[in-house]
Write a protein that binds this ligand. Structure first.
Ligand SMILES: [Zn+2]
Length: 230
């Protein structure tokens, strides 16, 4: 076993105190979260959407990576084969734990994307005040986050990694959001062993060869220990 693809979801960051969309009943200031996280919402009320993301960008920066993020960074450093961490999360906790082979399929809170010149810039401040793009000067920056109805990033690179994978591991994902929910079936059909590490059995549990239940901060360090001992 050499090549590993790890998919991480909200469950790995929940123990660092990062809210999921479903927390608080899925409502934000009486808006359904889905309704502030769409291109249509941004076209209709950009200030509302920027305020929502400004708050989330600020909140993420107050959180710290946990034992699960650190264990994956250790695996990346010590594993002799290929490893790709595909994350559905828009926080930067994998990177702050020391991982570098991280693909953010849903974008990241810590970037701003200029819709005028297509540049992406690391961004820690606010966007509601319409700052100019550092490259082109236009006030056309939006969160570099994939909204409902938009195409996830780098799908070709993800499928290429799945084709070469010997092991696919899903950590803290609901198994409800496609296309990520389908990765286990793709990996399995392509011959990879599949493992789920999740707080509870997910909607997609039956697709995995093995499913372990418990907090990511316990399961992930245990699993990394097994892999590196193996
Ligand atoms: Zn620009």
């Amino acid at each position: 076993m050499r090549n590993i693809v790890v998919l991480t979801g909200a469950g790995i960051s929940a123990e660092s105190g990062i809210d999921t969309f479903r927390d608080g009943g899925g409502l934000w200031e009486r808006h359904r979260v889905e309704d502030v996280a769409t291109p249509e919402a941004f076209a209709r009320d950009p200030e509302l959407v920027q305020r929502f993301y400004d708050m989330r960008r600020a909140a993420v920066q107050t959180k710290q990576p946990n034992a699960a993020h650190h264990a994956l960074a250790r695996l990346e450093a010590e594993w002799r084969g290929e490893l790709l961490i595909v994350t559905q999360n828009v926080d930067d906790l994998h990177e702050r734990a020391g991982a570098s082979r991280v693909l953010h399929m849903h974008g990241t809170h810590l970037n701003a994307w200029c819709t005028a010149c297509d540049a992406r810039h690391r961004w820690t401040g606010t966007l509601i005040d319409k700052p100019p793009c550092p490259d082109c000067g236009e006030a056309s920056l939006r969160p570099d986050v994939v909204w409902f109805g938009e195409m996830p990033y780098e799908m070709e690179r993800i499928y290429a990694a799945l084709r070469g994978a010997d092991l696919f591991v899903a950590i803290g994902t609901s198994g409800a959001v496609y296309p990520a929910a389908g990765f286990v079936q793709d990996a399995s059909q392509l011959g990879a062993r599949t493992l789920e590490l999740n707080l509870a059995r997910s909607q997609g549990s039956h697709w995995f060869d093995e499913s372990r239940q418990g907090p990511a901060t316990q399961l992930v360090p245990q699993w990394v220990e097994e892999m590196l001992a193996g």
